[in-house]
Design a protein around this ligand. Structure first.
Ligand code: ADP
Length: 730
């Protein structure tokens, strides 16, 4: 099928052709034949890189260019949202429609979005927008749900499930196009969404899956390839994979392993590089250090100059993007990543090696095999459409038995079924409160009506959820978040605010009770209060940390709002909360970034996500204190939020407001006697420029910023959506 035959406006065809898209991939053809351009709901399940995005784009173009309504594009990750946004914006500028990207701030209905025809966002942000009853929802005529298989995730799955249920309730005739990796029970999703299932296993580049054992790779097709044995299996497989301009992507189960493997491989990979490649890599590694400089990035830069990089969520967003860019340009030959990369942006390699297929699960305290779905997602990264005739995904076995096991459990296995995770009380509390507060559930009948719109209702007997719903409602009423009057539910003012703030009811209750209990607290007390809520991802204890944290607990115990539990089963968890609070406490006391990374075993990406979440919870605590009349907490919470935002002591808050100054330079200025904004406004540029790390152009800029009033007003708060959780496994 060729693009010019499609029933979309001519100008859209012309723009697509100008981008080299003339004929459709088989997967795309199947979706078109199933009626996606005529408004049919579709669940499209096909491998990575089989062209699902273009199906979404064609459907969006049909909607917006023919004036049918707003198209909503939902993705599970900010990075993916940004990627799709860029792709759509490019088309929009030639075709004259408007695309918006919205992620972050969960306490807003973003009325500005009304002027856009396409809105790209994350699942969590979409959920918060529908909770705020953003008025433009009534104009949404198309919802693209990317990576819909994530419905099966414990915490994040129900967010998406309930969002879709609410959307269907609000807009019965909305067209839904759900995109997914291969799943076993696509029929369940299709029947839930009243959609046609479209399944394809076509890939632009053939995928060979196999297992390495004792010098040979055994592929699913029966093909066996010999690998020269030089070092250990990982080294051998990597070097073999680099032959003929190959690139290798390795998945490791933990960050520490990712770094270790990268170190082990670097000298070997370096010896395969050409002279010009070595020179270019040295340049790139210098550029990396200009983006960010700290111990972790220095370690990375060092490896990078040898053609190898590690990649995990502990690295900051910009560093990760830079590494990805160098890999796409074929400068870096090998990336060793944690599995977060597999769910993220598109980054193919000819060979993908799964160095570990077991992972330690902290919650159950033992190693377990990763799900087939996750394996397939990683394996699916193999094969670069522009360069490779085929891609290879390889697991490593140490024994013949293991070879057999891996063939059976992964290579020849079918991914798991997607099962609704809605039937959990904590999940239902939040979802029910949101539904009641935003008018989706006025009485029991409405609640059941809404539940009938869920995947859960398609897969299970709807009555089986009733006892959990009842418990959840009881929690909400006993905690005064919801009231029941004459059979009707109504969210209380606090309940309404909790739903808008996008904190879980349990977090809100913990915060309110804590603030009521103590009339004032020190920073560590407040910080520990917020890190003890379920909305804060915890830093688990590393070996040897327990003793120090116990010592610390004795020292700060009197300052804590939440009393410690010395019950051995709970103490570990309590110490993890305390550790998380201590990272923030060190941060606001101006402990250097490197010291924090070293002391707590975290990276810049983790610190960033902790800061964002803490800011959000402190903002929520402030809002709840205001509503509850707990006025004595307001000023301390406000000041603490600002300190967390900037990472400074109280005395530095004024200078930290200057846009782009950063805490290190603010401290230098303060210590040199420039303590207030007016000191800077009055200062000679040459005097400011003489200070370390300032220089004349920055001195001029800072002075201008103060005079022009380019200051942080402390209004915006962004919560890192729960998508960016700290890896549980490091
Ligand atoms: P998926 O969403 O299934 O993972 P993508 O939509 O990202 O796959 O497509 C993978 C690559 O194939 C992209 O670089 C895209 O531009 C390209 N592509 C998709 N469809 C076509 C087509 N019909 N013709 C040429 N290139 C295409």
């Amino acid at each position: 099928m060729i693009v010019s035959q499609l029933d979309i406006p001519d100008k859209a065809i012309a723009v697509l052709e100008s981008k080299g898209i003339r004929s459709l991939y088989p997967t795309q053809e199947q979706a078109i034949r199933a009626g996606v351009l005529e408004g049919a709901n579709i669940v499209l399940s096909s491998p990575t890189a089989s062209g699902k995005t273009l199906v979404a784009i064609l459907t969006i173009l049909k909607h917006v260019l023919e004036g049918k309504g707003i198209a909503l594009y939902l993705t599970p990750l900010r990075a993916l949202a940004a990627e799709k946004y860029d792709e759509l914006r490019d088309l929009a500028s030639s075709l004259g429609f408007k695309v918006a990207l919205t992620t972050g701030d969960y306490d807003s209905s973003d009325p500005w979005l009304e002027d856009y025809e396409v809105i790209v966002t994350t699942n969590e942000k979409a959920d918060s927008l529908i909770r705020h009853r953003a008025p433009w929802f009534s104009k949404v005529s198309l919802a693209i749900i990317d990576e819909v298989h994530l419905l099966g995730l414990d915490r994040r799955g129900p967010v998406l499930e309930m969002f879709i249920a609410r959307l269907k309730r609000l807009k019965r005739d909305v067209q839904i196009l759900a995109l997914s990796a291969t799943i076993r029970n696509i029929e369940d999703l299709a029947s839930w969404l009243k959609a046609k299932p479209v399944v394809s296993d076509w890939r632009p580049v053939r995928l060979k899956e196999g297992v390495y054992y004792d010098g040979c790779i055994y592929f699913d097709s029966g093909e066996v390839i010999e690998v020269k044995k030089i070092g250990d299996p990982l080294v051998d497989l990597t070097l073999n994979g680099l032959n003929n301009k190959g690139q290798v992507l390795i998945f490791a189960s933990t960050r520490a392993k990712a770094i270790n493997y990268a170190k082990r491989l670097a000298p070997r990979v370096y010896s395969t590089l050409k002279q010009n490649e070595k020179g270019a890599l040295i340049e790139s590694s210098r550029s990396l250090l200009k983006i960010e400089k700290n111990n972790i990035v220095e370690k990375l830069a060092n490896l990078l100059s040898m053609g190898v990089a590690f990649h995990h969520a502990g690295l900051s967003y910009s560093v990760r993007r830079y590494v990805e860019k160098l890999f796409k340009n074929n400068m870096i030959k090998v990336i060793v990543a944690t599995p977060t990369l597999a769910a993220g942006v598109n980054l193919p390699a000819r060979r993908v090696i799964l160095a570990d297929y077991r992972r330690f699960n902290v919650e159950i305290g033992r190693y377990e095999m990763i799900p087939v779905m996750e394996y397939k997602q990683m394996a699916g990264r193999a094969g670069r459409p522009q360069y490779d005739r085929y891609g290879e995904a390889i697991l490593i076995a140490k024994t013949a038995d293991e070879l057999e096991l891996l063939m059976e459990e992964y290579v020849n296995a079918i991914p798991e079924r997607i099962v609704s995770k809605l039937a959990s009380e904590p999940v239902l509390r939040g979802q029910l409160l949101a539904s009641i507060a935003s008018g989706f559930a006025g009485d029991e009948e409405d609640v059941i009506g809404l539940m009938k719109n869920t995947l859960f209702a398609t897969q299970f007997d709807i009555n089986s959820i009733s006892p959990i719903l009842k418990d959840a409602l009881e929690f909400l009423t006993s905690e005064e978040l919801v009231e029941k009057l004459n059979g009707k539910f109504r969210a209380t003012d606090v309940g309404k605010r909790v739903a808008e703030l996008y904190v879980t009811p349990q977090s809100a209750v913990t915060i309110i009770k804590g603030l009521v209990k103590k009339s004032k607290s020190s920073s560590i007390g407040y910080l520990h209060l917020i890190t003890s809520t379920p909305d804060m991802p915890k830093l688990y204890l590393r070996r040897g940390e327990r003793k120090n944290l116990l010592q610390l607990l004795y020292e700060v115990e009197d300052e804590l709002i939440i009393e410690p539990s010395y019950d051995p089963s709970e103490l570990e968890f309590f110490l993890a909360e305390l550790k998380t609070a201590m990272v923030l406490e060190d941060w606001i006391n101006e402990v250097t970034d490197d010291e924090i990374y070293e002391k707590y075993g975290i990276g810049p990406g983790d610190l960033y996500s902790l800061i964002q979440t803490a800011e959000w919870l402190l903002y929520s605590a402030y809002e709840l204190a205001k509503l509850k009349g707990l006025i004595h907490h307001l000023l301390p919470l406000l000041s603490l939020r600002k300190r967390v935002k900037h990472g400074v002591k109280e005395e530095l808050l004024e200078l930290a407001r200057i846009k782009g100054i950063g805490r290190v330079r603010a401290r230098i200025l303060f210590n040199a006697g420039f303590k207030r904004l007016e000191d800077i406004a009055k200062a000679e540029v040459s005097r400011l420029a003489s200070l370390p790390l300032i220089g004349s152009s920055l001195a001029k800029r800072l002075k201008e910023a103060v005079i022009e009033g380019e200051l942080d007003l402390g209004e915006e708060v962004e919560k890192e959506s729960s998508e960016v959780t700290l890896d549980k496994y490091f």
